[in-house]
Design a protein around this ligand. Structure first.
Ligand SMILES: Cc1cc2nc3c(=O)[nH]c(=O)nc-3n(C[C@H](O)[C@H](O)[C@H](O)COP(=O)(O)OP(=O)(O)OC[C@H]3O[C@@H](n4cnc5c(N)ncnc54)[C@H](O)[C@@H]3O)c2cc1C
Length: 409
């Protein structure tokens, strides 16, 4: 097929870019490997849950302008995350802020773990340092020995951080996906179309894809590529390879692992529960989503998730149930009605949950997003700046930025 612009990936970034370009009357072809849109937004409907079951993104981080305007246009209701004292105690937000103040004095970047070893020497800071490392592991899905302290601090002070406001979508991210999909106008969408190679030169891209077993070739003047960074790292997609600067930026980003299990339980067990942190179990964080919902979510990110790799689907769910039993101090044998898990690490179109920057990677996201020869526009959460890397809101920003850059040419 021939189009003016090919967009690869129908997640948050790809959908918003396709919507913007199609609305401006541009000829768009959107290629998506899965049989559904949304990418790492994945909402399951189970009436027993009495709430959406979010296997991917769940929270809206910060008061993000583009996100909020899309939610408003789509008529999607939110519920603010309640202030959680347990969270505050666990995080000791103010003290973490103090501990992070030395970042400005650093002559060069270092890992968060190395930073803690250098600056949290006072035994009184032990708990604070622990809270900070747990935050990096749980929230950023990062290995503290690898994540850049500069990038961590940037996110900490941003509106995307857990310190900022946060909310959930009452009917789930699936509604946002449906809304964006419905508003693609005349754009052509191919599902089950796996892009294998992108040949490119200035002003021309030739995209080789396999759609339901059949090889297809599509040409366009430009492409917006929203593949997760892990997919671009694992596979040789670009021919010729991306410029060295772009490749180096990609190398400085790491795809963090997350296992998220959503259990459907007897309501009585869940009353009064918001967030529970229980470091001694395979799933250190648990939360109950919305009032009246019968879901309890178990979360393991970063090194905790790494320890679960290699287990079978059933074994991971079992580990989540055991973690919940220990944290709640009760058997769930009778109360558990169902449990859901999507293994993002094994999913070939994600290869992990979301990205974080390794040491030296503070500007990697911006560099990755720099258009290449006015022809290739890389977008997606890995390119999002101002602390919004790794989030849906950040991904939306990057898709919009790429679309507008093309419209301005
Ligand atoms: C468990 C989990 C929990 C999360 N929680 C939150 C949260 O609470 N709040 C939040 O803001 N964010 C959260 N995130 C992160 C958020 O989901 C992502 O940052 C965001 O959805 C990424 O959007 P994207 O468009 O950049 O990438 P994606 O959604 O990954 O879109 C890329 C698309 O490319 C497709 N693709 C891949 N390979 C190919 C190929 N070869 N050919 C064609 N298409 C291909 C994929 O199928 C996918 O649809 C979470 C993620 C996970 C996994």
């Amino acid at each position: 097929m021939k189009a003016e612009i090919i967009i690869i990936g129908a997640g948050a970034a790809g959908l918003v870019a396709a919507r913007e370009l199609a609305t401006a009357g541009r000829d768009v072809l959107l290629l998506e490997a899965r049989d559904r849109a949304g990418g790492r937004m994945l909402t399951i409907r189970d009436p027993r849950a009495q709430a959406p079951v979010e296997l991917g993104a769940e929270f809206v981080h910060g008061s993000h302008e583009l996100m909020l305007s899309l939610l408003e246009a789509a008529g999607i209701a939110r519920r603010e995350r309640p202030d959680d004292d347990d969270d505050e105690d666990w995080l000791q937000e103010k003290k973490i802020g103090e501990l992070l103040k030395h970042v400005d004095e650093l002559s060069e970047d270092m890992s968060l773990a190395a930073y803690v070893r250098r600056y949290a020497l006072d035994p009184a800071m032990g708990d604070v340092a622990e809270g900070m490392l747990a935050y990096a592991e749980g929230f950023d899905a990062a290995d503290p020995e690898i994540i850049s302290v500069e990038a961590f601090a940037e996110e900490w002070w941003s509106d995307a951080s857990i310190r900022g406001s946060g909310s959930r979508l009452l009917d789930g991210y699936g509604l946002l996906v449906d809304f964006m999909l419905r508003s693609l106008g005349k754009a052509t969408v191919h599902f089950r179309s796996v892009v294998e190679r992108i040949e490119w030169k200035r002003g021309e891209v030739v995209v080789h894809a396999v759609r339901e077993g059949t090889r297809e070739t599509h040409t366009a003047r430009r492409a917006i590529v929203t593949l997760p960074p892990s997919v671009m790292q694992e596979r040789t997609i670009f021919d010729p390879p991306l410029p060295r600067e772009t490749q180096e930026a990609l190398r400085l980003l790491v795809m963090g692992p997350v296992y998220k299990v959503v259990m459907i339980l007897d309501e009585a067990l869940l009353s009064g529960i918001e967030f529970v942190h229980h470091d001694e179990t395979p799933f250190p964080a648990l939360w109950h989503s919305l009032p009246n919902a019968r879901t309890l979510t178990a979360w393991a990110g970063g090194p905790s998730a790494d320890r679960l790799r290699g287990l079978s689907h059933e074994e991971i769910i079992r580990a989540a149930v055991v973690s919940a039993e220990r944290a709640l101090g009760t058997s769930l044998e009778k109360a558990l009605e169902n449990a859901y898990l999507h293994d993002w690490q094994r999913d070939p179109f994600a290869l992990g949950a979301y990205s974080y920057a390794r040491v030296g990677g503070l500007t990697a996201r911006d560099t990755l997003a720099k258009p290449v020869e006015e022809t290739l526009f890389i977008a997606g959460e890995a390119c999002a700046g101002q602390g919004f890397g790794g989030t849906v809101a950040g991904a939306l920003d990057t898709g919009m930025r790429a679309a507008r850059a093309i419209l301005s040419l």
